[in-house]
Design a protein around this ligand. Structure first.
Ligand code: HSE
Length: 347
């Protein structure tokens, strides 16, 4: 039976939810997936770090109080985050990176990914920063070191988008896509359709845990812009930087605009769109668009995300599902590990 040793980098909601899944489901994964997971190290800037090459108790980790330096309570644990030691020296095969997204330079997550790949560890991450800002470099590094770099959870959490398009739509030429890729802004627009003011709707999204630490990134389209760079580079073979994607958000829309759209049989949505042109160039934008009710994305309401791929053999193929959430995003890490297992098994 294959057992992968896993180190968790960042122990906020997502990796904690992964520890919980491991505690509950590891036994059933033996038959269902053909492998089990053993956590050998965890590090977190707030909680500290702990390494045990024989394996840590996943349930104990999942239930650890979220207080500063909490890992010091565990045998061998430290109140400080020994990131480099956990990544390089815990004996891990796979590093699950789920620290916060830094949209400016992608740090410190990008360095965590580099250390892991340079040391021959597979990396699974949910973090948009390293991929949108340094994706090309990290993919090359993974290839040179003969390890995987997987990031399904960076767009639409566990809802399959990247691997679905890359693997299952291969051969059908994806020539563009349009998406609702930010749950907070879609939730806000839906609540405004119900008559709630913009600020109140944003506060609700924050209380429900959808919004980024700074919700400006959600409502001004910056979060979607990072996701557009990731998807366009991945699926349209583009080489876009963040500054190549024009971006405007929903903060300029008022209740009057929403009501006028309703009377016209339409809806405002924050849409990320990308197209590959005949000369091979790719353009991408993020902006509020007025969609008629027959548009494949018009009925996507609340915090739900969706992406509609334009393909030459199938026409529009639309996938919808959660775009955020702890367990939903932890599932994306699991799906990346399954993909690594399948490719290791086939080599
Ligand atoms: N703040 C994001 C959203 C979370 O609202 O969709 C996932 O990137």
């Amino acid at each position: 039976m294959t057992e992968y040793k896993l180190a968790l980098v960042g122990f906020g909601g997502v990796n904690r939810a992964l520890a919980q899944l491991i505690a509950e489901r590891n036994d059933s994964w033996k038959n269902e997936l053909g492998f089990t997971l053993k956590i050998v190290g965890v590090t977190d800037l707030f909680l500290g770090s702990v390494i045990d090459r024989d394996g840590l108790d996943a349930a104990l980790l999942a239930n650890l109080p979220a207080v500063k330096g909490a890992f010091a309570q565990l045998p061998g644990g430290e109140a400080i985050a020994l990131n480099e030691a956990v990544i390089k020296d815990s004996g891990a095969d796979i590093i699950a990176e789920a620290t916060f997204t830094n949209p400016v330079d992608g740090e410190p997550a990008t360095s965590f990914c580099r250390w892991a790949l340079e040391n021959g560890k597979h990396v699974v991450t949910t973090n948009k920063g390293p991929i949108a800002l340094h994706g090309g470099e990290l993919k090359d590094l993974a290839q040179r070191n003969n390890v995987a770099f997987e990031y399904e959870g960076s767009v639409m959490s566990g809802t399959p988008v990247i691997r679905l398009a890359r693997q299952l739509l291969a051969g059908s030429s994806v020539v563009g896509f349009e998406g609702i890729l930010n749950g907070t802004s879609n939730f806000v627009l839906t609540r405004m359709e119900g008559g709630l003011g913009f600020a109140e709707a944003v506060s609700e999204a924050q209380a429900l845990g959808y919004a980024e630490a700074d919700p400006t990134a959600d409502v001004e389209g910056h979060d979607v812009r990072l996701k557009m760079v990731i998807l366009a580079n991945e699926l349209l073979d583009a080489k876009l930087n963040v500054s190549d994607v024009s971006c405007s958000g929903i903060s300029s829309l008022g209740l009057g605009d929403i009501e006028k759209a309703r009377q016209d049989g339409a809806r405002w949505k924050l849409i990320g769109a990308a197209t590959r042109h005949a000369d091979g160039s790719v353009s991408a934008s993020v902006e509020p668009r007025l969609l008629n009710h027959d548009h494949p994305l018009a009925a996507i309401c609340g915090a739900t995300n969706a992406v509609s791929f334009a393909t030459d053999l199938l026409g529009a193929v639309t996938v919808s599902g959660p775009g955020a959430g702890r367990t939903e995003t932890a599932f994306a890490l699991l799906s990346d590990i399954i993909s690594i297992h399948q490719s290791v098994a086939h080599n």
